[in-house]
Design a protein around this ligand. Structure first.
Ligand code: GUN
Ligand code: ZN
Length: 440
């Protein structure tokens, strides 16, 4: 008989059951909050969630109790779009998208032909993710299959829920990064066979963006997507005006950028389109109709000068919006930092982001956008035990600020504005303690 691994965490708990809406007060029934809560985890899953006083009588006598009173537990953060192979070129100065790709990104990605380098950077990237409380991400690897093997092997070893894929790119990049069209598709099929559905992993088909794929490659990708409804797809869309002009030039018969992807059958309920800044309402409606999601990448959009994402226009068409760091275009892996940037973009657009909406987005919202909400995104019985222990007194100033907070929304907002890796006391995934902040 296998030994039961059962433990209880006592802390303040917050989890969403539904979208809280845009108002200052969360929609009725949208969240669960236990000021003195108990999170009972067993064999990698959540067994029960309740007030501590209510659950205490039902607990086995010998259960190990971790007392985290004074801390706040939420579901693990989710990053819907990030490039692990760009970790070391984060914060590279002074370019907009297309120059930035040529100058920094492509040369960096060439290094991932070396499996040892890919393995080292996979470990480093996962450590950084866990340090900031991110337990699941949808990840671009490089065009080298070995970069995917390395990343998914490292994720599997830690028992993490991760989506990833090999970049498909058969033109307009350095020769050593480009696929042979059929070869890139065969590599993808091999990777799907080896990794998709293994443990907590999923495969996300990854055509980089329209300019770097031929129609033949996009069509072949669409055929794979159609062949298995459990696959994901990730790409970029309408991030930068120079990119838009280039797409119009490369696909002169296409009515717009999105239509390039539609024609190859790439727009579906498990498709994530990063950025989607320069879209009109009709295009947003077409994405919404197919159940796709737009990954809002605020720190990247500001860093690369791409534009101010219109979150409420997407919401008006019922289009799913997810939140993403987009490192290395993004300047911070932290989900809290992503929310801060999203708030700032929202302020400039007259559409501020409430703390409710932000924390919902990082957790259940992103889980729903990625069709992972049957497993992650909530603190609820049966869900995978992926959660983050936040410290509202992580720094002297944060402690001063949160000591003055009289409502949970104020504490959440302070964390969203001031939080970073120091605010993450512990990160748990699959019921395992994956990261604990080093004592300072
Ligand atoms: N568009 C195509 N490739 C990329 C990339 O690596 N990063 C960003 N931000 N946009 C892209
Ligand atoms: Zn990206």
């Amino acid at each position: 008989m296998t030994k039961t691994d059962s433990r209880l965490l006592r802390a303040e708990l917050l989890s969403f059951d539904a979208d809280p809406g845009e108002g200052d007060v969360p929609a009725a029934g949208s969240l669960r909050h236990h000021e003195d809560g108990a999170l009972w985890i067993e064999n990698g899953r959540i067994r029960a969630v309740d007030d501590y006083a209510r659950l205490a009588p039902a607990l086995p006598e010998d259960i190990s109790v971790i007392d985290h009173r004074g801390k706040l537990i939420t579901p693990g953060f989710i990053d819907s779009h990030v490039h692990y192979v760009q970790l070391e070129i984060i914060a590279s100065y002074g370019r907009q998208l297309l120059d930035w790709l040529n100058e920094y990104t492509f040369p960096e990605e060439l290094r991932f032909s070396d499996p040892e380098h890919a393995a080292t950077l996979s470990e480093a990237f996962l450590e950084e993710l866990l340090r900031v409380g991110t337990t699941t991400a949808q990840v671009f690897c490089s065009s080298h299959p070995a970069s995917v093997d390395a990343f998914l092997a490292a994720s599997h070893q830690r028992g993490l829920c991760m989506l990833a894929g090999k970049v498909l790119m058969d033109r307009h990049a350095p020769e050593d990064l480009c696929d042979d069209t059929r070869g890139g598709i065969r590599d993808t099929e091999r990777l799907i066979g080896d990794w998709h559905g293994k443990g907590r992993l999923g495969y996300s088909l990854t055509p980089r963006f329209a300019p770097t794929s031929t129609r033949e490659q996009l069509d072949a990708t669409g055929a794979i997507l159609r062949s298995d409804a459990s696959l994901w797809l990730q790409t970029h869309l309408a991030e930068n005006t120079g990119e838009l002009d280039w797409v119009a030039e490369l696909f002169p018969g296409s009515r717009d950028y999105l239509a390039v992807y539609e024609r190859s059958g790439l727009v579906g309920p498990r498709s994530t389109f990063a950025h989607g800044i320069h879209l009109d309402q009709e295009m947003r409606g077409r994405l919404a109709e197919r159940g796709a999601n737009l990954a809002f990448c605020p720190s990247s959009n500001m860093f690369l000068g791409s534009g101010l994402f219109d979150r409420l226009a997407a919401r008006d068409t019922a289009l799913n919006v997810s939140y993403a760091s987009d490192v290395g275009g993004g300047t911070d892996l932290s989900g809290l930092a992503t929310l801060k940037a999203a708030y700032q973009v929202g302020q400039l657009r007259g559409q501020p982001l409430t703390a409710w909406q932000g924390f919902y987005g990082l957790t259940l919202g992103n889980a729903r956008a990625l069709s992972l909400d049957d497993r992650i995104g909530r603190l609820a019985p049966g869900m995978d035990a992926d959660f983050v222990v936040l410290d509202p007194a992580a720094t002297p100033l944060l402690a001063r600020r949160t000591a003055r907070c009289r409502a949970l929304s104020e504490t959440l907002f302070a964390l969203m504005m001031m939080g970073d890796d120091r605010s993450v006391f512990e990160t748990w995934a699959g019921g395992r303690l994956q990261h604990r902040r080093v004592a300072t």
